[in-house]
Ligand binder design. Structure first.
Ligand code: NAI
Ligand code: MG
Length: 326
């Protein structure tokens, strides 16, 4: 069966790293048909709307979407896309790779971030001049869904440690529900787990990343902690992610449009190629996904490397080397 993949490069280095990842996907034995869609600042500049209705519909219909990044319009592009594909889990693995100068080479953990609510619910207002509010939404349904997904992800991928991050000592009602629900899921599965206050976790994960496997987080905490973990393993050029729903998904690097290096052909394509590997596995191409990951690991170990990793190679050189290894 042919799987239709919607490809949205977006802005900045999205235009460089997404075509690189598509070249890799075309080099593996997988029955994929690519449809390209445009979104982001450059589309907003022309039409006034960064994410055309037609692209939303295509994303909902495609079997999976591969997205690069959007600039100033990121929130108006990424959040609706995550929503139209029905994704409730944002999976962000942070792994150190041999050959890459990582602060903590023993890091191998995955943030499983709730992707639909929390402080990103969008319910903000200015109730009086100089006074603003935000409503933090935490529901039992979304908390249960993300906890079940996190424990399942740990079991399927061989992670022994599961940690539930929260701040229920302060946000007693909302994070109280998040924590309580995750604990009930763990009890039902008979799974071992730890809980951690998210601020203390931020410190501990820097000092002892080896203590963590899967970290289940409310939305904002997962966003912040996963960028922090990127710093442990050598930078944003290495971090892939998946937005997973019951029957659709979107894959994207954690990084943004990198305006400081955009257009120079030197962006590290690894994060996007690793996102493509997650896409392959999501569609059932497990062997192909593993082969892509192994090829990226080989190139990270032996070079060539882009400047963010201390090398002088271009995006194209790294992509060619990954494809050669396949
Ligand atoms: P950024 O991730 O674009 O860049 C941060 C730093 O990491 C920069 O120094 C950049 O050069 C470097 N970097 C990122 N990806 C790299 C790669 N593949 N290879 C080599 N170096 C890389 O984050 P920043 O600067 O905060 O945001 C820039 C723009 O991107 C903003 O307009 C922001 O709104 C947008 N953004 C979009 C996201 C999305 O679409 N999902 C996510 C984050 C930011
Ligand atoms: Mg972020």
């Amino acid at each position: 069966m042919t799987h239709e993949i919607l490809v949205i490069p977006g802005d900045g280095i999205g235009q460089e790293v997404v075509p690189a990842a598509v070249r890799v996907l075309q080099a593996v034995e997988a029955d994929l048909a690519f449809v390209e869609g445009e979104a982001g600042d450059h589309v907003a500049a022309e039409t006034g709307e960064p994410l055309p209705q037609e692209i939303r519909e295509r994303a909902a219909e495609a079997d999976a979407t591969l997205f690069g990044a959007a600039g100033d319009s990121a929130a108006d592009v990424v959040l609706p896309l995550r929503e139209v594909v029905g994704s409730f889990a944002n999976v962000r693995p942070a792994r150190a790779y041999p050959g890459v100068d990582a602060l903590k080479p023993e890091t191998d953990l995955v943030f499983v971030r709730e992707n639909t609510e929390g402080v990103y619910s969008g319910i903000e207002s200015e109730i009086a001049e100089g006074v603003t509010t935000l409503t933090r939404v935490i529901t039992e349904r979304a908390s249960r869904r993300i906890a079940e997904f996190g424990f399942e992800h740990a079991a399927e991928n061989g992670y022994e440690n599961v940690t539930v991050a929260h701040k229920a000592n302060v946000m007693r009602v909302t994070d109280g529900l998040f924590l309580e629900t995750a604990e009930a899921v763990a009890a039902k599965r008979g799974a071992d787990y730890d809980t951690a206050l998210m601020d203390a976790l931020a410190m501990h994960v820097i000092m002892h990343p080896e203590d963590y496997g899967v970290v289940i987080c409310p939305n904002l905490a997962g966003d912040v902690l996963s960028d922090l973990a990127a710093g442990l393993v050598g930078g944003l050029g290495l971090l892939p992610s998946a937005n997973v729903g019951p029957d659709n998904a979107m894959f994207e690097p954690v990084h943004g449009t990198a305006p400081d290096i955009a257009g120079q052909g030197i962006a590290n394509p690894s994060a996007t190629i690793l996102s493509a590997a997650m896409l392959l596995e999501h569609l059932g191409y497990d062997d192909e996904g593993q082969r892509v990951r192994a090829a990226v690991e080989g190139v990270l170990a032996d070079g060539p490397r882009t400047p963010d990793l201390g090398g002088e190679a271009t995006t194209g050189d790294v992509t060619d080397a990954v494809i050669d290894r396949l």
